[in-house]
Design a binder for this molecule. Structure first.
Ligand SMILES: [Zn+2]
Ligand SMILES: [Zn+2]
Ligand SMILES: [Zn+2]
Ligand SMILES: [Zn+2]
Length: 238
């Protein structure tokens, strides 16, 4: 599947459609978002640092998310969110790379331990995140999905929802065209995907007659489409 053109998506606060980079700037200034923040900040409770994160697939950049994350939430919360919205197929391991340290699911008898350059994901992100940071993330060390997390901005105040992470925008799903006709592709063949030149995306009708029927995977709004046993649904967990 090739999908190199710029994708756009809508701001959840005001509905305006923009590119990934346009939204990175827009979300700082969006009047409706500022309103939601002012309402949250007027509530009781203590302030914390909240981070604007831009997450994208490391290769094409066609799939992306703009998230707001609480500073007192952990890398584990972010890992959970990314698995739910984009990645989870068979419970593979994953890791965030921050400087020389790899933050993973390491655990021993139910206890998180740390040794060498590997540490537990069970760490609050305000201890690690600073604006301008770029954090590579990998899910599944076999058939790897590589993401890049950019810390775009931070603010001091109160969260706008009860959840550790808020989805502020994501790329609108654009189904690729069927490799045989002009209809929207609904299935990708995991066999033909690695065979240069052969059509690998099929509409419903052409999927039915494709020779590798057992290798067809649904195409969803996720960079993990067609990889390992991934079948979506590519929906946020909350
Ligand atoms: Zn907006
Ligand atoms: Zn898998
Ligand atoms: Zn077709
Ligand atoms: Zn095939």
């Amino acid at each position: 599947m090739s999908n190199s053109k710029q994708t756009s998506g809508a701001c959840v606060y005001c509905g305006r459609e923009m590119t990934r980079g346009g939204l990175a700037r827009h979300l700082r200034a969006c009047a409706q978002r500022q309103q939601a923040i002012a309402t949250a900040n007027a509530q009781r409770g203590s302030d914390q640092t909240l981070y604007h994160l831009q997450v994208q697939d490391a290769w094409s950049g066609a799939f992306w998310l703009h998230l707001e994350m609480r500073g007192n939430a952990t890398l584990k919360d972010l890992d959970f969110y990314l698995r739910e919205i984009w990645l989870e197929c068979c419970g593979h391991l994953s890791a965030f790379e921050i400087g020389p340290v790899s933050y993973t699911q390491i655990s021993s008898y139910g206890m998180d331990i740390s040794y060498g350059q590997e540490k537990s994901m069970n760490v609050r992100v305000h201890r690690l995140f600073r604006p301008g940071m770029e954090i590579p993330y990998e899910y599944d060390f076999g058939t790897t999905s590589e993401l890049l997390i950019k810390v775009v901005d931070q603010r001091q105040g109160k969260p706008t929802t009860e959840n550790p992470i808020v989805l502020m925008a994501r790329n609108t799903f654009q189904s690729p065209k069927c490799g045989i006709c002009e209809n929207p592709g609904e299935w990708v063949c995991a066999e033909c995907l690695w065979d240069n030149g052969a059509p690998d995306v099929f509409c419903a009708a052409h999927a039915e007659t494709h020779e590798h029927e057992e290798m067809l995977m649904p195409i969803v709004n996720s960079p993990r489409t067609g990889m390992c046993g991934y079948t979506g649904p590519a929906e946020p967990p909350y």
